[in-house]
Design a protein. Structure first.
Length: 415
């Protein structure tokens, strides 16, 4: 297949693409990262139990990750704008139908499958992959940081807004309001038309441009550095899903008001805006694997300090601010490493696969958190597991190499 001519946009057009992608992620991740606020109201309304509702949300964590390589491959072929529009309809339908589900299977269908898959169609791998194909290598990490900051801004906006609506008008109104808001991603996807699959020769040169998707995936799954990224991202997903789902429950166990959890989630989003932009900028100057290792180590230290601290509102706010700085800041260096190793032609798919590992971790973080609460009455063992996994992730990122993979000819890979 001949290389297409390079299609690097002018700086102003490039920023239009970046801001559109950031706005889309603000909405889809804002909806995803505030689901923990609905756990207790849904449990109260349905009487299904915390473990059952947590399991439905855990299925959603896995589905969100599993959807991304699938939608990423579709975006690589058909374009990101179409994928985002289809995802918006799915996300809206899943959220809008949730208040009418009164069984565990019903919640798994709406929260666990429909809305989660829809959010995955408008998430990191699709958006960062599409933009990376239109930008020179020097701008990709900064662009990923800006797009990632959109997710954090969504959490900052949606968390207090949804909590206010839940408190004033009820959780059903809040859920339906969020469902309507997700439809805004459809017009926002307009600038992304044709963004996928149009990377230029410079983007693909030396990065396996001679490989089709199947052989490229098989080559990646045999690469140790790529597998180390998966292992580290598994821990990131475990950590984030546990906190997003069960932080409100931890706050309630400490006899603090629900507003504390909403404020804490908003602070996570606020500080991750700075963290994402910082990570994107630092990734252009320092080894990305070192940044990832440092982030995971800091999480282990911060959680240990939290366990030793008095459980006051201020403690939760400080924890949220500190953790927030690295919350989703792992995304720019992880996406950057995937692009460095394999180029941008199939970045949406290959980064989507790392996000699948992230969300397998997310499944266990959300589900085991509910089981821990039911079994022990608190989340102490989950915090210990979080520390152990964070330290393991810090170590597993160190052997990663940061240069293009030397590949065998396509025929040798089974093309």
């Amino acid at each position: 297949m001949p290389n297409r001519p390079e299609t690097t946009p002018a700086p102003r057009a490039g920023w239009t693409l970046i801001l559109a992608a950031a706005a889309i992620l603000m909405i889809t991740m804002g909806a995803r990262l505030t689901t923990g606020l609905f756990l207790s109201p849904i449990n109260t309304a349905t009487g299904l139990g915390v473990a059952t509702v947590s399991f439905a949300m855990a299925v959603g964590q896995f589905t969100w990750g599993a959807a991304q390589p699938l939608f990423g491959a579709l975006a690589d072929k058909c374009g990101a704008a179409r994928v985002v529009a289809v995802g918006a309809l799915m996300l809206c339908a899943g959220l809008a139908l949730t208040p009418y589900m009164h069984s565990g299977w019903g919640l798994m269908l709406t929260l666990g499958v429909l809305s989660a898959a829809g959010a995955g169609a408008g998430s990191f791998s699709i958006l960062i992959g599409a933009i990376a194909q239109r930008l020179p290598a020097a701008r990709r990490s900064v662009a990923a940081g800006c797009i990632n900051a959109g997710a954090s801004f969504g959490q900052l906006v949606f968390a207090p807004l949804m909590q206010a609506i839940i408190g004033g008008a009820g959780w059903v109104t809040a859920m339906l309001t969020m469902a309507a808001a997700t439809l805004l991603t459809i017009p926002l996807a307009w600038p992304l038309r044709g963004a996928a699959g149009q990377g230029g020769a410079a983007a693909h040169a030396g990065a396996g441009a001679d490989l089709s998707l199947g052989p490229q995936i098989r080559a990646a799954l045999r690469d140790r550095s790529y597998l180390c990224l998966h292992a580290g991202f598994f821990t990131c997903g475990f950590h984030i899903a546990f906190l997003v789902t069960h932080l409100p429950g931890e706050v309630a166990l400490c006899n603090l008001a629900p507003s504390v959890s909403a404020t804490a989630l908003a602070l996570i989003g606020l500080f991750n805006i700075a963290g994402s932009l910082t990570a994107g900028a630092l990734a252009t100057r320092y080894r990305m694997k070192s940044l990832l290792s440092l982030m995971y180590t800091s999480r282990a230290v911060l959680i240990a300090l939290y366990l030793l601290a008095p459980k006051t509102a201020l403690t939760f706010y400080l924890l949220a601010a500190a953790l927030g700085f690295t919350w989703l800041a792992t995304v720019p260096p992880t996406a950057g490493l995937v692009g460095k190793l394999f180029g941008t032609r199939y970045l949406s798919t290959l980064f989507g696969l790392t996000l699948l590992s992230h969300q397998i971790g997310g499944f266990f973080g959300a589900w085991l958190g509910g089981l821990s609460f039911v079994t022990y009455g608190d989340y102490t063992w989950m915090w210990y597991a979080d520390i152990a996994l964070a330290l393991a992730a810090a170590l597993v990122n160190l052997p990663i190499r940061e240069e293009h993979v030397v590949r065998a000819p396509a025929a040798a890979l089974g093309a």
